[in-house]
Design a protein around this ligand. Structure first.
Ligand code: SAM
Length: 276
C-alpha cells in the first residue's frame, strides 16, 4: 500500500466478491477495446512516447489496461484504484501502484495526473454518483491533462425479440437499483458541467456479436457471460425459473449471430483547461 492510502479492512470485508467468469469477462473486454478503439486515444498516444506521464485508472478491475501500458511505457508512472481487491497485489511492473479505495469517498490527489482513464462503469453508478465522480476525475487532472471515459451501450443494436426481452429486463433491474445505464448519452454533459474541460474527441465503434471473426467471438462471450453472471438475481427479478432463463440465454446466443447484432462502444476524451 502506498502512503496515500490506509489499509481499509472494512472495505476489504465488504468488497463485492468477483467470480472467475467476471474477471475473464473484463479481460476479454480489454481485447475488444484494444481492437475497437485502441488502448489510448490519439492525443495521449502522441504524448506518451516522449513524456514521463502520470496516468490514473479509476476502478481498474483486474488491471489489464494498466499492466499492458505500464509494461510498454516504463518511463511513465501508472496508478490504479479499485474498491475490490481483484487486481494483482505483488506481481506487477515497478512503475505501477494499485490500491484499494472507494472512489465515491473522493480521490486522494489534486491536480496530479496527466491522464485519467475510466472504463466500463455503465452498470455501477447513479446519476448523482456520475456527477460527483466525473468532477473528482477532473479535479485530480493537471491543467492541460486529458481525461478519457470509455463506456458501452448495454442495449444491443439490431437485436431480436429474445435479446431485447433479456436486455429490457436487465435495464429494468438496474433502474430499480437507481443505476444510470443510459450514461453514454450523458457523459458529455457530466464532463462539460465541470466547467473545467473541453471535449477533445468522441469515438463510437460497433462491435459484431458472434460473427465476423475473433472479436465477434469475444463480444458474444461478453454478452452471454453477462447474462450468466446476472442469472441468480435477474431470473428472480423476471419471475422465471432458472431453467427458463437458461433457455432464453441459449436462444439469445443464436439470435444475435443470425441477426448480425452489434453493440456500441464509446470513448470520450476531454482536455482540462490550462488555467485550472
Ligand atoms: C465493470 S468493472 C470495469 C473494470 C475495468 N475498468 C475494466 O475496464 O476492465 C467496474 C469496476 O469498478 C469498480 N468499482 C465499483 N465501484 C467502485 C468504487 N466506488 N470505487 C472504486 N472502484 C469501484 C469495481 O470493483 C469494478 O472493478
Amino acid at each position: 500500500m502506498s502512503a496515500l492510502f490506509k489499509v481499509n479492512l472494512e472495505l476489504i470485508k465488504n468488497a463485492k466478491p468477483y467470480c472467475d467468469q467476471e474477471i475473464d469477462r473484463l479481460i476479454s473486454r480489454h481485447y475488444i477495446l484494444r481492437y475497437a478503439l485502441g488502448l489510448l486515444s490519439t492525443p495521449i498516444r502522441d504524448l506518451i512516447e516522449e513524456n514521463n506521464l502520470n496516468v490514473f485508472d479509476c476502478g481498474c478491475g483486474p488491471a489489464t489496461w494498466l499492466l499492458e501500458l505500464a509494461t510498454n511505457y516504463r518511463h511513465c508512472s501508472f496508478t490504479g484504484i479499485d474498491i475490490s481487491p481483484v487486481f494483482p497485489q505483488t506481481i506487477k511492473p515497478q512503475n505501477l501502484t494499485i490500491d484499494l479505495h472507494d472512489a465515491l469517498k473522493g480521490l486522494p490527489f489534486d491536480n496530479f495526473f496527466d491522464v485519467v482513464h475510466q472504463s466500463f462503469w455503465v452498470t455501477v453508478l447513479s446519476k448523482d454518483e456520475w456527477n460527483f465522480l466525473v468532477r473528482e476525475l477532473v479535479r485530480i487532472l493537471k491543467p492541460g491533462g486529458y481525461i478519457e471515459l470509455i463506456e458501452l451501450n448495454i442495449s444491443v443494436n439490431n437485436s431480436g425479440q429474445v435479446t431485447r426481452y433479456l436486455n429490457n429486463a436487465l435495464t429494468a433491474y438496474y433502474k430499480s437499483k437507481k443505476i444510470n445505464t443510459i450514461v453514454i448519452d450523458e457523459l458529455e454533459d457530466y464532463l462539460e458541467d465541470t466547467l473545467k474541460v473541453e471535449i477533445y474527441e468522441k469515438e463510437v465503434k460497433m462491435i459484431p456479436i458472434g460473427w465476423n471473426g475473433p472479436v465477434g467471438e469475444l463480444a458474444l462471450y461478453d454478452l452471454i457471460s453477462g447474462y450468466e453472471i446476472a442469472k441468480p438475481y435477474l431470473s428472480e427479478f423476471m419471475g422465471i425459473l432458472p431453467n427458463q432463463y437458461d433457455h432464453l440465454v441459449e436462444l439469445a446466443r443464436k439470435e444475435v449471430v443470425a441477426r448480425k447484432s452489434t453493440f456500441s462502444i464509446y470513448r470520450y476524451v476531454a482536455r482540462k483547461c490550462d488555467f485550472f
